[in-house]
Design a protein around this ligand. Structure first.
Ligand code: ZN
Length: 86
């Protein structure tokens, strides 16, 4: 269980931490910075601006698996000429 009284790691942010020690908004901002290639989660951890999260890794793996299966299913359906929608 996450500690629901833990504050966001971002300096001057007074929101409660939700994921990786960050509040929802800071987490989104961090994810954006990462997707732009400005930084990595590892670097943010090093800087003390995020925390490693085992739960996150579990969810990331779960999501990746689901995504791969969904993409594979879609590719298979297209290859077989199945209708993908209505
Ligand atoms: Zn925050």
């Amino acid at each position: 269980m996450p500690d629901l009284t833990e504050k966001c790691l971002t300096p001057r942010c007074s929101q409660l931490a939700r994921t990786r020690g960050l509040c929802a908004r800071c987490y989104t901002a961090a994810a954006n910075a990462i997707s732009k290639g400005q930084v990595t989660w590892e670097k943010l951890e090093e800087l003390g601006l995020s925390k490693a999260s085992q739960r996150d890794k579990g969810h990331a793996a779960l999501f990746q698996n689901a995504l791969q299966e969904a993409l594979q299913g879609e590719a298979n359906a297209k290859a077989l000429g199945w209708p993908t929608g209505k």
